[in-house]
Each structure stands twice: as C-alpha cells, then as structure tokens.
Design a binder for this molecule. Sequence first.
Ligand code: HEM
Length: 168
Amino acid sequence: MGWLFPWLLFAHVLGVVLAFGPTYAFGTYAGLAAREGGPARSFNDRARTLVNRRMVMPGTLLVLVTGFLLIWSVNYPWSSPSARWLQLSIVLYLGMIAYNLTISRRRQMRIGELMARARAAAPADGPPPPPSPEVQDLIHKVRRDGKAMGVIVILILFLMVVKPQVAL
Ligand code: HEM
C-alpha cells in the first residue's frame, strides 16, 4: 500500500492546516471583540463555535486518522527507538485531545452557562452585563489552555518535519 503514502500525507497536512491554522487567529479576534464589547463579543463567540465545528474538529480527526493510516500504509516502524519523535507526537496529540474534550470543554461550557444566566437576569433593553469575576477567571484559563495547545502543535510540527533522534 506504499502508493497511498503521498496521498495520505497530503490529506494529513491538509488536516493540519484546517485544524490548527484558524486557531492561531482566535486570540487576536477575541482581543478585538473584548475591546469593542457588546455585539462584537457575541459575533466572535458564534464565529469561533462555527469554525470549531466546521474546521477544527474535522481537521483534528483527519490528522489523527491519516496519521495512523500513514503508519499502516508502509508498515512504518513506529515502535523502533529511531521513531521516538513519532511516539512522543502521538502521546502529545492524544493528551491534547483528551485535555480539550474534558477540562477545557467543561470550562467553555461553564462560561456559556454563566453568561447566559447573567444575560437573562439583566434588563432586556440595557447593555449586556460585564463578565463576573468567575467568568473572567475561566476566560483567563481557557486562553492559557489555547496558548499552551498552540505551543504543543508547533512542537509536534517540529517533531514531524525534523524527526529528531530523541533519546528516552
Ligand atoms: C499537531 C499534530 C500533527 C502535525 C502538525 C503533523 C504534521 C506532519 C507533517 C508536516 C508531516 C510531513 C513531514 C515530512 O514529510 O517530512 C507529517 C508526517 C507524518 N505524520 Fe504527522 N502531524 C501531526 C500528528 C500526527 C499524528 C497524531 C500521527 C500518528 C498517529 C502522525 C503521523 C505521521 C506520519 C507517520 C508521518 C510520515 C513521516 C515520514 O514522512 O517519515 N502525525 N506530519
């Protein structure tokens, strides 16, 4: 199945572009929306949710599936000591997905819940209420998670392209 390798590699890198490209701009948009406030903030939240659903999630899955198919297509020696870079990448990638689906996701859902509750309690014709200290703390943590994931993705990209001999 070696002929499949370049096609799978193409799909793999396409998945990387889709999954992680947009996420590097999330912080810039969030900062702008926070400065402008009101409708800009709600537009940014909706846009990020949509980009997550249409690009980030399918892309993340595509990277994972094509990654394992690449290994399968050429019987890649993934367990050999010379492929520590690959083993490390798989652990980092799966760890990142697990963290995202549990801790980070729970924080994001809690932000949505608290903001909706605050909006419902505020007068309908007034400006949207400012985020409470708990929401601010959660937003801070979610942003920190996002930055850490951005760094991990760059690290995996380095491991994938350079394939350094990692002594473990
Ligand atoms: C953030 C996650 C990832 C990024 C950014 C990434 C990126 C890349 C890139 C750019 C290449 C091309 C390297 C080259 O041709 O020299 C590549 C190759 C590859 N990736 Fe990934 N990848 C990721 C996750 C994964 C995962 C989770 C797996 C395994 C399940 C995987 C398995 C592979 C394999 C087997 C190759 C072929 C290596 C070779 O050409 O010798 N990747 N990856």
